[in-house]
Design a protein around this ligand. Structure first.
Ligand code: CTP
Ligand code: MG
Length: 354
């Protein structure tokens, strides 16, 4: 019996790219879902303003950065522009009572969490088959900025960047490696891995480094300082679209194959730090390799992903030894499936997300 000849790499990549686009499009939130979520945001903002008239309720996370899938949760951040505002703990308690009185949401105030939040949820019903899950936090201005940064990256090359990121988000959920509470990586962490790969690993790069581009006018450090962090990045998207033309013409499937190969085999997890701000860094240079209090620092830094603005914060500090082992195993599995190039790309896709 003779083996079937392998599909050519070009044909497989072309098929897979088309499958990836089709797959991801089906998973985008519907306009109705987006409208319902915006109504919820407005309703909650109105209620909060009965307590804090100077407040605004803003979306961040996937609902605001262009990487949202159908039924993803809502991340909301409450900003209060007055001097003598209540503490987050007091606000969480008061808003918990207010929402319980005035809305149909299930309410869970967490006033004593490390970051105090109010959790709200709505049961599924016709027209809203998965209900709504929403967290409201306070004054998390850095999260609003990193959301804007990711949104800008998404907008530079939406066809490739959004498709890759959205696919990866589905993939890591289906493969059950997307739970910081269980020792694996947050969605935010996976998005940073993709952006890093497109800015710093691909040559020629698919994306520019928005944090290192020269500003259009001189900017003073005070202007860009937020809680001691430099949050400047080149955010003039219209100008960027005019000026930035990547000479990388790889298809989304080729990029995805290379992404899996890179994180399966090339990236040096023991010594390296992923930084979209500065490129490849070492754990040593950041002091993330030492072992001061009996192993905890090293335990926290198995996988190192530097936050783009809060640069002393390792986004993947929740990833445990076992978690990293599992994640790497999944990168290897994915890489292997794609390198066998099944006759039909759709089969590879189904297998990837099994
Ligand atoms: N965030 C952060 N630091 C982290 C984790 C999250 O600042 N360590 C902020 C980021 O602004 C991120 C947002 O919280 O965009 C939401 O994070 P996450 O839920 O992981 O990402 P989503 O894109 O919202 O993914 P999902 O659709 O799975 O909810
Ligand atoms: Mg989210």
């Amino acid at each position: 019996p003779h083996r079937r000849p392998m599909v050519s790499k070009q044909r497989f990549a072309a098929d897979l790219s088309r499958c990836l686009y089709d797959f991801v499009v089906q998973l985008l939130p519907t306009p109705e879902e987006l409208a319902i979520k915006e109504d919820v945001r407005k309703l909650l903002e109105r209620l909060i303003r009965t307590i804090e008239p100077e407040s605004r309720l803003l979306s961040f996370g996937s609902t605001a950065n262009g990487f949202s899938l159908r039924n993803s949760d809502m991340d909301l951040c409450c900003l209060i522009d007055s001097e003598d505002r209540l503490s987050a703990t007091a606000l969480v308690n008061m808003l918990g009572d207010l929402f319980a009185r005035e809305t149909k949401f299930h309410i869970k105030p967490l006033p004593h969490a490390r970051i105090p939040i109010v959790k709200l949820s709505l049961d599924p019903k016709p027209g809203l088959p998965f209900g709504i899950a929403c967290d409201i936090g306070f004054e998390n201005r850095l999260a609003l900025e990193n959301t804007r940064l990711l949104m800008c990256y998404a907008m530079i090359d939406p066809a490739r960047v959004r498709t890759m990121v959205l696919f990866l988000k589905v993939w890591c959920k289906r493969r059950k490696i997307n739970s910081p509470y269980k020792g694996t990586l947050s969605s935010y962490g996976y998005v940073l891995l993709v952006i890093y790969f497109l800015v710093h690993v691909k040559n020629p790069p698919v994306l520019p480094n928005l944090q290192q581009m020269p500003p259009l006018r001189p900017i003073s450090p005070e202007e860009t300082n937020l809680n001691g962090h430099n949050v400047w990045f080149f955010d003039d998207i219209n100008l960027l679209r005019e000026r930035w033309q990547s000479s990388n013409i790889e298809s989304v499937a080729e990029l995805l194959m290379d992404f899996f190969r890179f994180y399966a085999r090339e990236f040096l997890y023991n010594v390296s730090v992923v930084s979209i701000r500065a490129g490849l860094l070492t754990k040593e240079s950041k002091g993330w390799d030492n072992d001061p209090d009996r192993g905890t620092a090293r335990e926290r830094n198995r996988l190192c992903i530097e936050d783009p603005f809060e640069t002393d914060f390792n986004v993947s500090r929740c990833v445990t030894r076992d978690g990293l082992f599992t994640i790497r195993g999944e990168f290897m599995r994915a890489s292997k499936i794609l390198s066998t190039r099944p006759e039909r790309a759709i089969v590879a896709l189904a297998q990837l997300c099994e």
